[in-house]
Each structure stands twice: as C-alpha cells, then as structure tokens.
Write a protein that binds this ligand. Structure first.
Ligand SMILES: Nc1ncnc2c1ncn2[C@@H]1O[C@H](COP(=O)(O)OP(=O)(O)OP(=O)(O)O)[C@@H](O)[C@H]1O
Length: 614
C-alpha cells in the first residue's frame, strides 16, 4: 500500500475527536451545576415561604423537590464519570496503535531516542481525562451562573463574591507560575531516570560483567534526586498557595455572611439571602480551588501530551490503496544524502543502479556510512535528499506492509524478537500450513533447517527476548532466513557473516547463489572478502562519499592500482596486487575470523586502516 500525506496527523485527528466527545460533557456538567443551585434555592424558599407561612405542606413539598433534584444530580454525576471513563478507554484504543506505530517510526529515524515513554505518556493523559482532575475544567465554564445568582440576590453581595473570585483566580495563576518550572524540570529528570534504568536493565549482561551497576546507579540516583527536588519545591510552593487560597475562601465566606447580616440589619436582604449567597459563592469558587489542588496532575498531563506531540505529532495514518504489484528488483539509488541533526553529512550523494539478479557489495572503512546507507535502502531511514527506487517506486514512500513483502533485511544487530523460531522467520505473520511451508523453505534456503531441527522444540522453540537463548551465529542464520522469507525481490544484508563459522559462511554463500539465480537483487555489506565471490558489483564508500562503483573486477583493479605504490613503499609487497590486498585497504579480510595479528597500514582512501595478516 502506498502512504499519502494528504491526511492530517493522526494524533490531531484523535484529539479533535476526543474534544468533540468531551464537549457534550461540558453541557452535562452544566446540568449538574444548575442542580447544585438546589441547596441555596431550598434555603431561600424555606426562609421566604415556609417560615413566613408556617406551612408544613410547603416544607414537605420543597423538601421532596430538593431531594428529587439532588438524586438527579447524583445520577448525572455517575453518568458523567462513566462517560469520561468511556472516552478514556476509547482514546486508549484509538491512540495506542497510532502511538506505537509513530514511536517505532520515530525510533527508526532517531535511534538512541527509542523508548516506550509515549505509551506511558498516553496512560497519563488518559488517567487525567478519567480522574477528578478534569472536573474543574468541566465546571469552570458554569461559575458565572453562580455569580449571576448572587448578583440577583443583592449587587453588593455579587461584587464581593466576584472580587473574591478574582483574587482566588489570581492565586491560581500564581500557583501555575511558581510550580510550572520545577514540575517540568522534575518530569524531565524523571524521564531521564526511566531511560537510564531501562538501558541498565536491557544491557544487564554488560552491566553485571563489568561492574557498571554502581556508577549507573549513581547517575540514575542523581536524576531521581533532581526529580525529587523539583517535586518537593513545587509541592512546597503549591501547599503555601493552597493554604492562602483556603484561608482566603474562608475569610470570603465569613465576609459574605457579615455583609449579608449587615444588609439584613438594613432591611435590604433576608436571612435566607444571606445564607444562600454564602452557599452559592462556595460553589462558584470551588472549580478554582479544585484547580489549585489538582494542578500537578494537570501540568503532568499537559507535559505528557506535549511529548506525545513531539513523537507522534506528524505521524499520519496511511490511506489504504491498492497493494503495489510485486517489483522485479530493478534498484536505483539516486544521489542519496543523509545529514545528521547538527547538519554534518553522513552520506554525501550516493548513486548506483542494479538489475534484477545482480549482487552488490558495499565496502569501506568503519564509519564510512555503509550501515546508514543500508538502512535507507531498506526504507528504515528516510534520506535527507535523493531517492532509493525499487522498480521506479521510492521505497521511503511505501507502506511498511509492502516493504515487508518485497524487501528482506538483515540488520547488523540482527534484532530477533521474543517468540518462536517460526514466528521470527515469518515476521510474526499468522502461522498456517502455507506460511509454515514458506518458513521451512526460507530456512532451507538459508541453510539453517537442520540447525533449527536440532533445537529443543525445532521451529516451535521459544527464543526469548532478542533471541537470548540462541548463540550469536544461530541468531544470524535465523535472521538470514527471516530476510529470505517470502522470496523478496530485494535483499539487503548488513555484515551477514560477522558471527558465522566456516559452515555458516558456506551456507550463506550457497544461499546468495540460490537467491541470485531466482532473480533477487542483493546488496550486502561485507568486511570479509570470502563472501565476495557471488557479487557482481562493488560500491566503495569512504567518509560518506561514493569512492568507486563498478564491476567487481573493475573496483578491485582500481584499488590495486591505488595500493601498488604504497605497498611498495611501506611493505615491499609484490606490485601485482591481488583483490585481497585491495580488500585489505578497506578493512575487508580474507579469513573466516579476523586475526589478532594486525599490521597498521596507511590507507589509499585517506584513513589509517588495519590489514589482516591471515
Ligand atoms: N543513529 C545515528 N545518529 C547519528 N549518527 C549516526 C547514527 N548512526 C551512525 N551514525 C554516524 O554515521 C556515520 C556512519 O556510520 P555507519 O554505522 O553507517 O558506518 P559503517 O560504515 O556501517 O561502519 P561499520 O563498518 O563500523 O559498521 C558514523 O560517523 C556514525 O557516527
């Protein structure tokens, strides 16, 4: 399926829908607030009608009506709570897949920033929507109703209540001003502490083996302390403001009673008005007071929402369209450029073409940009400029499902998942007999079928988190089977033999021959020359620059020509350089394992490299 960028970002769409769902809740809250006038009105009517008429029936009638209104209000509150919970779980169901997709895309485009924080942030936003912290937001629009009712009773009472309300509102703003910075700093420190803790747990092996726990704990604790410091500071400031606000409200309540009493003495108001005005003012100020109390949750939810926007703000859901036809494997890189965030270039214009059935090796010294290029070619990273085209279609524009069908990719870190061997090979498709046949076919092609059969439960063996129960070589060979699953027309392998023994390498070479025969286009990154026998072309990268591209013989001859004078000068090696010497220039070795006996040689490509003395 093709992606289009016609739709608005998914997060925006969902939040707009959420706001639309919450809007009726404000009207609902209006009903609740109107019914909250019951107490004051009841008080007023008792003074005005019952005490003056001494009518028991009136009292009973008024009491029944008030009780009915209170029961209705309680019912509306229950419904409001349920509606909020429904909106919360709807948001979760709607947003969680969007966020997970956006987080994976974000992590792929900004490696090193990958963590599951967005899903925790979603929990925080959802909890805010379903907790009492949202009530002040729903009730605040109705506060003028109460002030208006007080004004109707007596303008002086109205003005007193309004001025008191403004002071309380100013205190709420002061609270926001004084607590926002420490709360935000605390949230960032907490977030960094989480990331550090996650990294320590993820890399437990190296942490344990090299005694890194203590310094890591210290770093983590420093972040925790910073988070605590911010929280304590905000809590201290918040509690002072909350105490002043409470004191102010109590004083205001007394003041309104006092003013009411004065008006009663002047015969300008009844005792009923005096007490009702006090009750109404309590209701009018309640959202502001609640907002001060729940400020921390509000700030936390707002910060979480901002982080979500940073990660998923631009993510758009793909428009379902007709799946693309299966490509033949004609591949073209057109002036690919990749820039770091700081602007420095990792790739500076790489162009090449491959026909179906051709294999290309990507070679160059460490840090040349080979892996970065492979990630772009596989569609995992978007280039900053240029295009990678498979049968004329830009792979960056493809939907992930299409790439999944047509691109086989073995990353440098292999990246297997918790699950069975079969699930990993078929990329977690639903396993049925047809899928399983293809799993076995891919494993046979990768020469790993016998190895898998030897595992405790064969293809059903659970391999644990990141394939933890497998050896490095086993992981790599199963990763190769995963890349070959479904006969993709484009196969990209990043150092597929880095963990392989002789037998594994032979199986890899045989697999490369077979998929080439079947017409697949292969791009492979190699540091060792012995898998070069199946490649037709070679691209040499150096410091992100395309140094050479052409047939294998052409590139080796070019490299041999460059190294000839150097080998004469430095090592007195024979001038008839072999491809192996050229390969050595690029840090490409001959043997199945790099030897520990290394001689540094100056590189023809301008970098100091190490040639293996096999
Ligand atoms: N996620 C990243 N963010 C920023 N810079 C990166 C990232 N990954 C790689 N780089 C930088 O890009 C450059 C090329 O790295 P890359 O891994 O592509 O090289 P390579 O040729 O594959 O090296 P090696 O042979 O050692 O695997 C390096 O300078 C590296 O620091």
């Amino acid at each position: 399926m093709m992606k289009t960028s016609q739709q608005p970002p998914a997060l925006q769409v969902v939040m707009k829908e959420a706001r639309r769902a919450i809007r009726p809740l404000i009207w609902f809250s209006g009903g609740i607030n109107v019914l909250m006038l019951t107490g004051a009105l009841y008080m007023l009517q008792v003074y005005h009608r019952v005490l003056s008429s001494h009518s028991l029936e009136t009292l009973v009638m008024l009491s029944l009506m008030a009780a009915g209104a209170l029961v209705t209000m309680a019912g509306l509150e229950v419904v409001r709570g349920r509606l909020l919970a429904t909106v919360g779980s709807w948001m979760n169901a709607r947003l969680a897949p969007v966020l997970l997709t956006a987080s994976v895309e974000y992590a792929a485009s900004a490696p090193g920033h990958a963590n599951a924080r967005p899903l925790r942030d979603l929990d925080q936003v959802r909890n805010f929507f379903t907790s009492p912290s949202i009530f002040p937001i729903l009730d605040a629009p109705w506060a003028p109703l109460f002030f208006a009712a007080i004004f109707v009773m007596h303008p002086w009472l109205g003005w007193l209540a309004l001025c008191g309300g403004i002071v309380l509102f100013a205190l709420a703003l002061l609270n926001e001003y004084l607590t926002r910075k420490p709360l935000n700093e605390a949230a960032s420190a907490q977030s960094r502490a989480y990331v550090q803790a996650e990294a320590a747990i993820r890399n437990a092996e190296v942490v344990q083996a090299m005694g890194m726990l203590k310094p890591l704990l210290e770093g983590w604790k420093a972040q925790q302390d910073e988070a605590n410091k911010g929280q304590v500071l905000a809590a201290n400031r918040g509690s002072v403001i909350a105490a002043i606000a409470r004191c102010h409200r109590l004083a205001l309540q007394m003041a309104i009673l006092g003013l009411g009493a004065y008006l009663v003495l002047r015969n300008e108001a009844s005792p009923g008005i005096m007490i009702s005005a006090s009750i109404l003012m309590g209701r009018a100020l309640s959202p502001v007071e609640q907002a001060i109390g729940t400020w921390k949750a509000t700030v936390g939810a707002r910060a979480a929402y901002r982080r979500l926007t940073a990660v998923a703000g631009q993510h758009r859901e793909a428009t379902p369209v007709m799946p693309l036809p299966r490509p033949k494997g004609r591949f073209e890189a057109d002036n690919l450029v990749l820039a770091r965030q700081g602007g420095e270039h990792i790739l500076k214009g790489v162009s090449f073409r491959l026909n179906p059935g051709e294999a290309m090796a990507l070679i160059g010294p460490s840090g040349a940009g080979k892996t970065s290029l492979a990630r772009i070619l596989a569609g995992a990273w978007r280039p900053s400029g240029g295009r990678a085209l498979l049968d004329g279609m830009d792979v960056a524009q493809w939907a992930a499902e299409d790439r999944g069908h047509y691109v086989g990719y073995l990353p440098q870190d292999i990246e297997l998942f918790a699950g069975t061997v079969s699930e990993n090979i078929c990329r977690f498709a639903n396993i049925n007999p047809a899928v399983f046949n293809n799993v076995v076919k891919a494993a046979q092609l990768a020469g790993v079928h016998e190895l898998i059969k030897g595992l405790p439960k064969g293809y059903a063996t659970e391999i644990g988190e990141s394939g933890a129960v497998l050896s490095g070589g086993q992981r790599q060979r199963i990763g190769l089977a995963r890349a070959l699953y479904g006969d993709p027309p484009l196969i990209i392998l990043d150092e597929p033999n880095s963990n392989l023994d002789r037998e594994g390498e032979d199986a890899l070479i045989a697999a490369l021959g077979a998929v080439k025969m079947a017409g697949a286009t292969i791009i492979l990154i190699a540091h060792r020359a012995n898998i070069m026998e199946k490649v037709d072309k070679i691209l040499v990268l150096n410091r992100g620059q395309q140094d050479l591209f052409g047939s294998r013989d052409y590139v080796f001859n070019e490299l041999a020509a460059r190294i000839r004078p150097i080998t004469h000068q430095v090592t007195q090696m024979p001038a008839d350089s072999t491809p192996e010497i050229s390969a050595a220039v690029l840090g490409v070795s001959n043997g199945p394992r790099p030897s520990s006996k290394r001689t540094p040689r100056p590189s023809a490509l301008g970098t100091t490299i190490v040639a293996n003395q096999a």
